[in-house]
Design a protein around this ligand. Structure first.
Ligand code: COA
Length: 276
């Protein structure tokens, strides 16, 4: 895929990390139909890209994402059912289907505004780090619309019910520190440390066993909707699948490093990928 041809998205790859940037800074990275279509292609491409071990999702300029583009995604498509249908499919496909099941770790690097529809991709990412002064808000109530398009679902699943209702019904904006306090994100840091902190996390993930990370991610996401018996059985099956699928034979290698070579303390040290 030729990333240079993208208009609403930018992709940069470096040291195992693909940084995917929503790239409409003049519109605060509000999501247009074109952005949705491009993101579907980008995520499909990067999912099986050998150079990409971790994906970072961020925004160009001083905004992460100002939600759906009210003009291009809503008003202009109101009377175009076919175009609206295709845009909605793409919108759901990248922000949920492809991103939440992306086979590698994903980090939302929230550099600024994060409003409305942006909460879907925020929750779809495995990690979220924001600048302390980033601004968040469920502003739908101020537009006379629902936190729809899955926003209402991800907030009640991912926040306390009290916080979900508070922010959805008041539309009150809040900053990165508050977002960390209510566990909407993993942590917030001063804006000038955002990139460095995100890349440190990305690099630490690059040093881990990719198959193990993938299986942990898939398992944690899916067991949430299972009964205890289903989860126990599913986790056992995933454990076996992982051993079978892991080209690094990480389990056997770690046991050898710990039990035989005595070179490794897994409780306090990192799995050593390059040895054996
Ligand atoms: N849809 C369409 N256009 C948007 C947009 C959105 N969600 N968010 C911002 N824009 C556009 C503005 O219309 C403006 O366009 P213009 O230059 O052609 O006039 C441009 O982006 C810059 O926005 P502006 O409001 O001037 O920037 P700001 O930095 O002062 O404020 C926001 C930024 C994000 C606080 C403000 O634009 C805003 O409240 N946007 C709506 C966010 C929202 O409620 N999203 C959820 C939708 S459900």
């Amino acid at each position: 895929m030729d990333f240079e041809k993208l208009q609403a998205v930018k992709v940069e790859k470096r040291d195992g990390v693909a940084t995917v940037m929503l790239n409409r800074p003049e519109k605060r990275n509000a999501m247009s139909p074109q952005l949705h279509f491009e993101m579907v292609d980008v995520l499909k491409e990067l999912a099986e890209d050998d150079e990409t071990q971790v994906l970072v999702l961020t925004g160009a300029g001083d905004s992460w994402c100002a939600g759906q583009d009210i003009k291009l995604f809503f008003r202009e498509l109101d009377d175009k059912p076919k175009e609206r249908h295709l845009a909605r499919l793409a919108n759901h496909e990248w922000r949920w289907t492809l991103l939440s099941a992306f086979p590698k770790p994903t980090i939302a690097m929230v550099n600024g505004y994060c409003f409305g529809g942006a909460f879907v991709q925020l929750f779809a990412c495995d990690f979220a780090i924001a600048a302390d002064d980033a601004q968040f808000g469920l502003s739908e109530v101020n537009w006379g619309i629902l936190p729809g398009g899955l926003v209402g679902k991800v907030i009640v699943d991912g926040l306390s019910y009290r916080d979900a209702v508070w922010y959805a019904m008041t539309g009150e904006p809040f900053d990165g520190r508050k977002a960390a306090e209510i566990k909407l994100i993993s942590k917030s840091v001063p804006a000038d440390k955002l990139h460095e902190t995100t890349m440190e996390l990305a690099q630490s993930l690059c040093r881990k066993n990719p198959q193990t990370l993938r299986t942990i991610k898939e398992s944690l996401r899916l067991v949430r909707g299972m009964s205890v018996d289903q989860a126990a059985d599913y986790l056992l099956a995933k454990e076996r699948e992982m051993r079978f699928m892991d080209p690094e034979s990480g389990r056997a290698k770690a046991m050898k490093q710990f039990l035989d070579d005595k070179t490794y303390r897994p409780g306090i040290g990192e799995y050593q990928r390059d040895e054996a």
